[in-house]
Design a protein around this ligand. Structure first.
Ligand code: UDP
Ligand code: MG
Length: 333
């Protein structure tokens, strides 16, 4: 039996239709964790999968007592599935990773070792190579990070959701009660000391990536609107520029009129109509985006809904209410 002073590591993995390679993932994980001489718990969140992911989790839990399962009532998206896991993690350090084999479990001993020796609050695995991806997907990822870096002032390029955070970082993160979760950005925003470990992204084990351009664009929009108010300032800025321009043009028009030299100027009118019209619409859209974020926050709905849990280590958690962070926080006190 390992002594209780040995740190407890929680590994949190959101899963959506990853049933085909779940067994492999868990056995790799167990093997990697056993090398680290720490106690561990593995928390898997079934994010409303339509395949046999949950049946697989139930199966595995019979032989792996350190496995805890959470089943969400429907697909809530990776970020919220992560929340569900993080709120229930009991570890002194928490590792967050994908369940598709693109975040190799073999890196865990290094991450945990680095955490224990360096005392850093965050150990961040950084993509040294993005793995096999289409050119357009690489380009859109780059564009997203360039915009986000510029707007928010945080360096997020190469950042992945493969990281180890300590209890202090997790508790700070849990206190952030926003519904529009962007885990990568939020950890960057919190600061704390971080150490980076490079890793190469292997190909997916099975299944396919769940990100479409639409879901990526949605996450990008959440990332940008929750991390920067620059677009709103831009609306004001554009308004001022156009006002200055309007004053100049107004004076000229008035002068020509008084001098009796007014010309037809049809093209100018059309152009002004078009430019101002589209700018107004974009501005309204930008304000609408922020309004949507505010609306989602003030509704105050739970971030996700749990339908079932498996917790063989102790049965207490099975009845815990969904998304009740206070209860979770108190338990750690
Ligand atoms: N995932 C999830 N809910 C979703 C989409 C994805 O829990 O709605 C999980 C998925 O099972 C995987 C991780 O999030 O463990 C990363 O997803 P994916 O591999 O599709 O993303 P990519 O690597 O292509 O960015
Ligand atoms: Mg993946």
């Amino acid at each position: 039996m390992v002594s209780p002073t040995v740190p407890l590591i929680s590994v949190v993995i959101p899963l959506y239709n990853e049933g085909s390679h779940l067994r492999e993932l868990l056995s790799d994980l167990r093997e990697a964790l056993q090398q680290t001489e720490s106690r561990f718990e593995i928390i898997v969140i079934d994010d409303g999968s339509t395949d046999d992911t949950w049946a697989g989790i139930q199966d595995e839990a019979r032989t792996l007592p350190t496995l805890r399962g959470i089943r969400l009532s429907r697909n809530f998206g990776k970020e919220l599935a992560l929340c569900a896991g993080l709120e229930r993690a009991r570890g002194d350090a928490i590792v967050v990773m994908d369940g598709d084999g693109q975040h190799p479990p073999s890196l865990l001993p290094t991450m945990i070792g680095t955490w224990r020796t360096s005392g850093a609050d965050i150990v961040q695995a950084v993509k040294s190579k993005r793995g096999r991806e289409s050119v357009t997907s690489k380009a859109s990822a780059l564009l997203f990070y360039v915009i986000l870096n510029k707007l928010s002032g945080f360096e997020l390029k190469g950042a992945s959701d493969f990281k180890l955070i300590n209890r202090k970082v997790l508790d700070t993160w849990l206190a952030m009660r926003e519904r529009n979760v962007f885990f990568r950005g939020m950890t960057a925003w919190m600061g704390f000391s971080a150490i980076q470990i490079p890793f190469e992204v292997p190909a997916r084990r099975g299944g396919k990536s769940h990100w479409s351009y639409l879901t990526r664009a949605k996450l990008a929009l959440i990332g940008i609107t929750t991390f920067s108010s620059f677009p709103l300032h831009f609306v004001t800025f554009a308004g001022v520029v156009f006002f200055i321009f309007a004053v100049g043009l107004g004076i000229q028009t008035l002068y020509l009129k008084l001098a009796g030299r007014a010309f037809t100027g049809f093209a100018t009118v059309i152009l002004l109509e078009l430019i101002i019209g589209s700018l107004l619409m974009i501005s309204l859209g930008i304000i609408g985006e922020y309004l949507a974020r505010i609306y989602e926050e003030v509704k105050g709905r739970p971030r996700y809904i749990v339908s079932e849990t498996i917790d063989l280590a102790d049965g207490k958690d099975a009845a815990s209410s969904p998304g009740n962070p206070e209860a979770q926080l108190m338990r750690h006190d």
